[in-house]
Ligand binder design. Structure first.
Ligand SMILES: [Zn+2]
Ligand SMILES: [Zn+2]
Length: 673
């Protein structure tokens, strides 16, 4: 979950917004988008930058698999040095699903080198060298680095420059250690597996470039990525999963199934929902709306732009200008400024200072919903007030970070804001969780976990009283516990304005996706001076809950496309039934069946081409149509239809009314395949 923090320490709720490690270089993003997309949504930073030196305590807690992978990085370095002894190594940490090692040398590595390097690595593994830890004084280590012996197989003519730099940055008093396997010696705090023979099954996966310490002013290094698992079978499974993930890539399926389009002339990160994708979105939206109505939400609509003044009060402007489209200015003001010869810099400053008023494409819906709440007086009897909107917001994302439906510049949140009393927070949170449970369960995303973000010990930076926080945190914990879903509590992960819950779901192939959040907020009611009349006639502040459990419709649909691999369940499928006449002799009968379906609001089409029936079936199957009705002489005579399902193939003959009854039930109950 990415929460932005401003110079003033304001942090705001940001589902559907940036989620990845901003330190990532474009190259590694390319790599990630090609191979590790499965994990990109999980918020743990999986590419620790070399400058993020882990504390000795954190290192000792390194998981078994990370030890193995990090040890494999040493084996990689050993292998590379046997071929290119002059290579200068920088950092080689484990990362999610693998490891890398950064190095500098004249030879420009390419995947064509992998066989050769892996062959050397296999020898090192076979030699089963013990990993030996050597603790030494700083001065001794410096000497070795100057002799080029760190990250090396022996002394060299040039010093181990990166190791020297790393060494110099190790704080005084921290233990300095080397790890040695065979001839290879590296500056390393460990830990490692016992022997090179323990690194299991490994494979090099890609090459990227990365600046030393992630800083573009530093030399550019070659980064070799690899992965390692305890067993060959696990390694194979990993690559099968990647392969499966590639087949399910929503960008690929979105194109093939004509669900959405992103057009450069419209603008990067701005999604065009094509007719078929629009059906999926509309069905999903109706489903969520139905559940919201049952839970006592009321739906509202708000404009896509609002005055800067509004976002000044909320704090979204100017503190987050970097992640927003620039303000819009009224034509008269603009003409006047032009006459005055106002420079761009002046304009920008005057907007920021509030000398000139303008409008902002809304980055969040909250201020608009707040204004709806504040538009009439409220008594405690009216609360909770639950305002829901599929609200479209705009954020300025760097163009290098845009991709498919999961990283966009305009998106529609399944947003809602609940205004309630302190005492109602628990019940409201439970309602949010039940909604998530229902929607995800229906979609077959029943396996998910919850992260509760709590404040840390430093309570000075939080708004709201200690008692309020304790109550809110207890409410979150209690509601999650009642659901009996796995959860973790993360101290210090709360926003400054209140604790929160994040949802991470697991799809059918075991990948985790972070969706939206539920956040308690004591800040905005304060900034907008919201009130309600309490039973004793005093004016009190309501508590606000922001919730967008599925993040955004773009993101959620992207996840669903991958989850279902494009084979949407009947109720979501853009085309539900395709009528396939065996020959043109059966066109009339086929059209009469089509009419029956359309009359019952089934999304059906007919394939009237002169193609052979086998080809028609193949095409419908390829387009992932849930049901195909094959109609020929036999069916016409019997007044029946031969049903084929996408999943089971031939399902035999039925009367049209039996078939209709069956699929109506399937749609109504929102069954899955
Ligand atoms: Zn090491
Ligand atoms: Zn909000």
């Amino acid at each position: 979950m990415s929460l932005c923090s401003s110079p003033k320490g304001i942090v705001y709720y940001n589902p559907g917004g940036p989620r990845e490690n901003p330190n990532l270089k474009t190259e590694s993003r390319v790599f990630l988008s090609g191979q590790l997309r499965a994990t990109r949504v999980v918020s743990t930073p999986f590419i620790p930058m070399p400058e993020d030196r882990k504390s000795p305590e954190a290192r000792q807690q390194m998981s078994e698999i990370d030890r193995l992978r990090h040890s494999c990085a040493h084996v990689l370095a050993t292998g590379i040095l046997r071929i290119w002894p002059e290579a200068q190594f920088a950092a080689g940490p484990p990362v999610e699903n693998g490891f890398y090692y950064d190095l500098e040398m004249d030879h420009h590595l390419s995947p064509a080198d992998f066989d050769k390097i892996e062959a050397e690595m296999k020898k090192v593994v076979k030699e089963n060298q013990p990993f030996e830890k050597i603790v030494l004084a700083r001065q001794e280590a410096l000497e070795l680095a100057k002799e080029g012996r760190l990250g090396a197989l022996g002394p060299r003519s040039s010093p181990s420059k990166f190791k020297l730099d790393i060494l110099e940055r190790i704080p005084d008093g921290e233990e300095i250690s080397l790890y040695r396997n065979g001839d290879f010696t590296d500056l390393c705090a460990g830990p490692h597996v016992m022997r090179t023979g323990n690194v299991g099954a490994f494979k090099l996966t890609s090459i990227a470039s990365a600046y030393y310490k992630g800083d573009a002013n530093n030399p550019q290094l070659q980064r070799v990525y690899g992965t390692a698992f305890k067993t060959r079978a696990e390694l194979d499974q990993y690559f099968q999963r990647l392969d499966e993930a590639r087949k399910r890539d929503h960008r690929k399926l979105g194109r093939e199934l004509e669900l959405f389009h992103i057009d450069d002339e419209v603008g990067p990160g701005l999604v065009l929902w094509k007719p078929k994708g629009a059906i999926v979105r509309r069905e999903l939206q109706s489903f969520i709306s139905e559940e919201l109505r049952q839970q006592g939400y009321t739906e509202v609509f708000t404009p896509h732009i609002g005055k800067l003044a509004l976002f000044r009060t909320s704090g979204h402007y100017p503190y987050y200008s970097d992640s927003q489209f620039p303000p819009l200015i009224e034509p008269d003001t603009l003409a006047k400024l032009a006459q005055e010869g106002c420079s761009c810099a002046d304009l920008s400053n005057r907007l920021k200072q509030g000398d000139i008023e303008g409008y902002l494409l809304k980055p969040m819906n909250c201020p608009m919903h707040i204004k709806i709440y504040a538009s009439s007086p409220h008594s405690y009897r009216d609360l909770p007030i639950r305002l829901a909107e599929f609200g479209t917001v705009y954020r300025w994302e760097q163009s290098g970070e845009l991709g498919g439906m999961t990283r966009v510049r305009g998106f529609t949140q399944d947003d809602a804001h609940i205004f309630c009393t302190e005492e109602q927070v628990l019940h409201e949170i439970q309602g949010c969780l039940q909604l998530v449970l229902k929607v995800l369960g229906t979609l077959g995303l029943g396996s998910y976990r919850v992260r509760i973000g709590l404040r840390d010990a430093d309570s000075a930076k939080y708004v709201g009283t200690s008692e309020q926080w304790e109550r809110a945190e207890a409410s979150l914990r209690e509601s999650v516990q009642a659901l009996e879903v796995p959860f973790t509590e993360e101290r210090g992960e709360a926003a400054f304005y209140g604790p929160k819950i994040d949802f991470v779901v697991k799809d059918v192939i075991g990948r985790e996706w972070q969706l939206g959040t539920v956040q308690v907020d004591y800040n905005l009611p304060e900034r907008f001076e919201l009130t309600y009349v309490a039973p004793d006639n005093s004016m009190r502040r309501p508590v606000m809950i922001h919730r967008a459990p599925f993040g955004s419709l773009e993101r959620f649909c992207g996840v669903l496309i991958e989850h279902f691999a494009g084979s949407f369940p009947l109720w979501l499928a853009p085309e539900q039934v395709r009528v396939l006449p065996i020959s043109e002799k059966h066109l009339d009968y086929s059209r009469s069946i089509l009419k029956l379906l359309l009359d019952q609001h089934i999304r059906a089409t007919i394939d009237e081409t002169s193609d052979k029936i086998g080809a028609k079936i193949r095409l419908a199957q390829l387009e992932k149509v849930p049901y195909m009705l094959v109609l020929g002489a036999r069916e016409e005579q019997a007044g029946e239809i031969a049903v084929r399902s996408r999943k089971n193939g031939d399902e035999g003959a039925l009367s049209a009314s039996e078939f209709l009854k069956r699929i109506e039930m399937e749609v109504k109950e929102r069954q899955r395949d």
